[in-house]
Design a protein around this ligand. Structure first.
Ligand SMILES: O=C(O)CCC(=O)C(=O)O
Length: 279
């Protein structure tokens, strides 16, 4: 199967685009979980969040999109009607739909706090800022390290990418470049682009829109998967990631949020009073 990924098309399951492996079998064994994160740079857990919470959040966000678009009776974003010419809709922030109780019940699910408290071996906190996304037709996220957007606080900050529903690859799934966080061949990238900050240094957040540029220059392997409601992808600030392109005419709904140890300083841009910016 061909997958549109940034500016390229890849063969799914080929040398350039492999499949993610889930880590569910390791749950309960923190040593094994940390070892897996060290090896792969990501943890994919199926159904770490109750799928019913995700499904409720999804319905609420879709109803919001319907209202925003003032659709005609009988039309619904839920049924695949895209608004704004199919362009993405910005839903990110600390208020409004991003903080609707149904959305928070999913993205701040007790199971996530429990997981991170075990993972950090201390209580966990999350940024109030939520990167809730309705990604439109032919849209995608380019390859980047999250550290360039949120690296001014805890060194143990982790991203959690949450599909808001079942998301197959053609809708635009998260892809990670395995090896990008640890291989020596990525040191030049980590030590240049990876030391920058979009606000402090005025650099571009995306390293590239071309996933092959990454692997041809530095190595590693891109991997993705079809995701289901309740799944989460967890990764650190130095795991290069991107999204496959949404080639459908349905919005891809997802939300990425961050967790860190409660005792660590937080990047003030994403706390209650920080100014934030669009990512
Ligand atoms: O959902 C996307 O398109 C990008 C997500 C992302 O960059 C992240 O989770 O850090």
């Amino acid at each position: 199967m061909q997958v549109k990924f940034g500016t390229r098309t890849f063969e799914r399951g080929g040398a350039d685009l492999g499949e993610l492996r889930d880590s569910n079998a390791l749950l309960g064994d923190w040593t094994a979980i940390h070892q897996r994160m060290g090896e792969d740079g990501y943890l994919w857990f199926r159904q770490l969040i109750d799928p019913a919470r995700v499904s409720t959040a999804r319905t609420t966000v879709l109803q919001y999109l319907d209202q925003q678009a003032a659709l005609a009776p009988g039309e619904s974003v839920l049924e695949g009607v895209m608004t704004r010419g199919g362009k993405s809709v910005n839903l990110k922030g600390r208020a409004g739909i991003a903080h609707h109780p149904d959305v928070l019940a999913a993205v701040e699910s007790p199971s996530l706090f429990e997981f991170f408290a075990g993972y950090f071996n201390e209580p966990a906190v999350t940024f109030p800022y939520k990167w809730l996304r309705a990604v439109g037709n032919e849209e995608y996220t380019g390859a980047h390290y999250d550290v360039v957007y949120m690296g001014l606080g805890s060194s143990r900050l982790h991203t959690t990418w949450i599909p808001m529903g079942d998301i197959p690859v053609e809708l635009g799934t998260l892809a990670v470049c395995v090896g990008s966080h640890r291989l020596d061949s990525f040191a030049p990238l980590r030590n240049t682009y990876g030391r920058g900050d979009v606000d402090r240094d005025g650099i571009d957040g995306w390293f590239t829109s071309d996933p092959l540029e990454v692997t041809q220059k530095f190595g590693g392997q891109w991997r993705t998967a079809d995701f289901s409601a309740g799944d989460v992808m967890i990764f650190g600030m130095y795991t290069l990631h991107a999204s496959t392109t949404n080639i459908t005419h349905r919005y891809r709904l997802s939300c990425d949020v961050r967790y860190q140890p409660a005792s660590h300083p937080m990047d003030a841009r994403w706390t209650k009073t920080g100014k934030g910016h669009n990512k």
